[in-house]
Write a protein that binds this ligand. Structure first.
Ligand SMILES: Cc1cc2nc3c(=O)[nH]c(=O)nc-3n(C[C@H](O)[C@H](O)[C@H](O)COP(=O)(O)O)c2cc1C
Length: 448
């Protein structure tokens, strides 16, 4: 049975339990969240708790990709927030692969600036913190300057209508060179003192697009072996040439019809088919990867899949709880298939304060190992401290899933929480909306 869209309206945990029951979703929930304070094994290491801040782009770096004051402000807040693991946002491995002119980018010329940032984060963190840097090439979503060509790995009848006029189809030779650029970036991250690099493979950026390149000719398309070649080659190169840990943020499914989507049932594209993602995670484990972060969807095409929301650019076709469930269930399936892999789940923010109870329920039942929070961290950077010290989240401090952080990004501004951090982000939001006729300062003020 399908359940239509509804905004979040659960008074308390019992109301959520009731709805899950009605919808037939076997999502574990627990009033006691103490499991989130327990240490978690990661290969030979131990993380101090089961909480993670997901990568969240601020689009506010310096022109050369170095961290700006805004970047420092964001990571100071996250570092002091109490999570064991901080997954630092998308950072381009080359200038042409930046998603916007203010995306972080690491290179020989600024590796010392990243080193200073890492020392700063460690100094500010309340105790030990595991730092992952997400390395990326934005592929079809590359936009390092106005009018830059999109870089595609394969044609896609659903996504191509949104491409800019200039498009470049990346060649096998260029992909081979890019593998080395990822390895170089990993070396700089190692030098800077990160614990791990993430070879980003999600949300339809370049390496993720290759996973569904069923119709691409040559060495990077067609068979499973070819479609995963780019990802596995990079992982192998990084492990061979550095001593840094390697992690991967992976799309389990994207809800784009086959043969253009990945991880989807071939006749019902909104149903995940997790066969290939399990094979990928197993192979990553064999190669030496010990940490994966499971996500889904495409933030440009179907944002409700990856970021269940109350307000967005369209009303989603289904109840946000279904998307929350699918996201968390994908992590469960991956964990079951490769139990020794440390798995981080996404999709908890829409649940507001009850996200902590669902995270605790799922971790208690071994669905996954760490609970990651994205938008919640923008709104409520010390969410982990409250979970650990008070045993709960304060609803009045939670993200309201209004999508304004995403709107700012699409308008070309620096992303953050307009509602809970209005001094910094409300003016940025308003400037971006100036010619778009939907500034709604009075309604925003109701939440502040
Ligand atoms: C403004 C914004 C920026 C984001 N930047 C990144 C990013 O750099 N890398 C990434 O993998 N995901 C990024 N995401 C996705 C989040 O990491 C996360 O997967 C998503 O928000 C769902 O988790 P949540 O429900 O806890 O917010 C971003 C999301 C938003 C809203």
């Amino acid at each position: 049975m399908e359940y239509g869209f509804e905004k979040f309206n659960f008074k308390d945990l019992n109301a959520l339990r009731e709805k899950l029951n009605v919808m037939g979703l076997d999502l574990p929930v627990s009033k006691d969240v103490s499991v989130l304070a327990q240490p978690v094994g990661l290969g030979a290491r131990t993380l101090k708790n089961a909480l993670c801040v997901h990568p969240m782009e601020g689009c506010d770096s310096m022109d050369d990709g170095s961290p700006s004051e805004m970047v420092y402000r964001r990571y100071e807040r996250f570092a002091q927030g109490g999570s064991a693991l901080l997954w630092v946002e998308a950072c381009a491995v080359c200038s042409e692969g930046r998603a916007n002119p203010r995306q972080l980018s690491i290179h020989e010329g600024n590796k010392d600036k990243f080193k200073t940032l890492v020392s700063f984060i460690r100094e500010k963190a309340a105790g030990k913190i595991y730092l992952v840097l997400q390395l990326t090439h934005s592929g079809r979503y590359s936009k390092p300057y106005a009018g830059a060509p999109a870089i595609i790995a394969c044609e896609n009848r659903y996504l191509d209508p949104f491409l800019p006029p200039e498009v470049h189809s990346i060649t096998d030779e260029e992909l081979g060179c890019l593998e080395d650029k990822f390895a170089d970036a990993a070396r700089f991250a190692d030098y800077a003192g990160f614990d791990a690099v993430d070879i980003k493979c999600c949300h339809r950026y370049l390496s993720n697009e290759l996973l569904s390149a069923y119709r691409r000719p040559g060495s990077y398309g067609g068979t499973f072996k070819n479609r995963t070649r780019f990802l596995f080659n990079i992982v192998e190169k990084v492990l061979k040439t550095t001593s840094i840990d390697v992690a991967v943020r992976l799309n389990a499914y994207d809800e784009i019809p086959y043969p253009y989507g990945f991880g989807v049932n071939r006749s019902q594209y909104r149903k995940p088919d997790l066969t290939e993602i399990k094979l990928i995670v197993r192979r990553l484990y064999e190669l030496g990867v010990r940490l994966v972060n499971i996500t889904s969807g495409n933030p440009y095409y179907n944002p409700h899949v990856n970021r269940p929301y109350d307000t967005g650019t369209y009303t989603p076709p289904d109840h946000p709880l279904e998307n929350v469930y699918k996201l968390l269930d994908a992590s469960r399936q991956v964990k079951r298939a490769v139990p020794d892999m440390t798995v981080i789940a996404a999709g908890l923010t829409w649940l507001r304060d009850l996200g902590a109870n669902v995270a605790a329920g799922c971790i208690g039942e071994k669905w996954f190992d760490l609970a990651g929070f994205g938008r919640q961290a923008f709104a409520y950077p010390d969410f982990a401290n409250d979970i650990l010290a008070k045993g709960e989240l304060m609803r009045s401090k939670c993200c309201i899933t209004c999508s304004k952080c995403t709107t700012i990004m699409r308008d070309g501004g620096a992303a953050g929480c307009v509602i809970r951090d209005p001094k910094v982000y409300l003016p940025i939001y308003q400037v971006g909306r100036q010619d778009k006729q939907d500034i709604d300062g009075s309604r925003i003020a109701e939440h502040i």
